[in-house]
Design a protein around this ligand. Structure first.
Ligand code: GLA
Length: 364
């Protein structure tokens, strides 16, 4: 049996596919994958959460997606086959408690749990970064969502008690300890988020439009990671207004993310909180990936005792906010935030006090 966690991103949104920086941590919600060999030549995948099972003949996994939960584990198995591994008869049972459609990477948790379990069964030797790439490929090529590498990477490689500053260009990373007296409070707006939906993809296209416009003048700009605010000032007129705004978010977000990692490592929590606030409003106003409810959740947290920093986390358009809160105030913070949010929006939010957890591992 293997476990792979969901994640919360502290800062660095829509920067991963621009080969920039992100700083996520794994959380204590996870997918569990139990795997065992079978001798009847069948690959049976069971989703405990749905009480459903799919059974395939070995060597005859589906060619195309079915647009349901099975796409994630099947996609991973198919990518392993592409890598030259023969998938034998097996039973794979999945169960998870990562809230679905909340921007906490329930999909990555399923992919990574599947990959870790089946890699063990077939004795496949993947390094951490390779395993993350395998899962990302499953999502890009089989599930059909254009996600970056962040979610899968942190689900594989996270370390307990730490956030991970990841350079999405070369997948090198640095661990930043989260102080013992800081709690990760995750507030679910209950507005559904989806990466497969059109908004994520159209934002990505606008980022690419901006990159191309800058690249015409500076060919060395392969991704927005390579661009500067000055580039945007000079050539912003040669792209659509939307592309310019999306690019401004991505370029400044990269700088904020590196600065935030530094602040966390130096325990400069004031600076970290300031950067998170700036990141939220950049995400909301320039990237336009927030929503009324998420903006409200961030605003309502601002003057609550113990708050260090708050922002919308994940792919956007709903989902959760991440709040760094002094641990001693976390419980009160949670109930006050729920109450305020209910009064403002009429919605009963779920608020989780989480702990930065370890990446994928065997469960004894
Ligand atoms: C989703 C994607 C990630 C990343 C974030 C936005 O979670 O899966 O790759 O792009 O959105 O930062």
């Amino acid at each position: 049996m293997f476990a792979a966690p969901g994640r919360v991103n502290l800062i660095g949104e829509h920067t991963d596919y621009a080969e920039g920086f992100v700083m996520p941590a794994a959380i204590d919600f996870a997918t569990l994958a139990g795997v065992s060999p079978r001798t009847d030549g069948k690959v049976a995948i069971r989703a405990e959460n749905y009480g459903e099972e799919r059974v395939y003949e070995t060597g005859a996994l589906p060619q195309t997606r079915s647009r349901d939960w099975s796409d994630y584990p099947v996609g991973v198995l198919k990518m392993m086959e592409e890598d030259g591994y023969r998938i034998p008869g097996l039973s794979l049972t999945l169960w998870g408690d990562v809230p679905l459609g909340s921007g906490l990477s329930s999909s990555a948790a399923v992919e990574v749990a599947t990959a870790t379990a089946v890699a063990d069964l077939v004795n496949a030797k993947y390094t951490g970064p390779e395993l993350a790439r395998l899962c990302q490929r499953a999502e890009n090529q089989f599930v059909g969502s254009a996600c970056g590498i962040m979610d899968q990477f942190v689900s594989v490689n996270a370390r307990e008690g730490h956030a991970l500053l990841l350079d999405c260009r070369d997948l090198s990373y640095r661990l930043a300890p989260i102080p013992e007296d800081v709690a990760l409070v995750i507030a679910n707006t209950m507005v559904k988020h989806a990466v497969t939906g059109g908004e994520y993809t159209s934002r990505r296209a606008e980022v690419e439009e901006a990159t191309e416009a800058i690249r015409r003048h500076r060919p060395e700009v392969k991704f927005l990671r390579d661009a500067t605010v000055e580039d945007l000032e000079r050539w912003g007129g040669e792209m659509s207004e939307n592309a310019r705004k999306r690019a401004r978010h991505v370029i400044t977000e990269n700088q904020r993310t590196v600065a935030a990692a530094k602040a966390l490592i130096c325990k400069d929590l004031r600076e970290l909180g300031r950067l998170m606030a700036e990141a939220h409003w950049s995400y909301s106003r320039d990237f336009e990936a927030s929503c009324e409810e998420a903006d409200a959740m961030v605003e309502l947290a601002q003057d609550l005792p113990g708050l260090i920093g708050a922002r919308l986390t994940g792919g956007g358009f709903g989902g959760c906010t991440v709040n760094l809160v002094e641990a001693g105030s976390a419980e009160e913070f949670r109930s006050a935030l729920k109450e305020r949010y209910k009064a403002r929006t009429g919605i009963e939010a779920q608020v989780y006090i989480c702990h930065a957890s370890a990446g994928a591992h065997r469960v004894e």
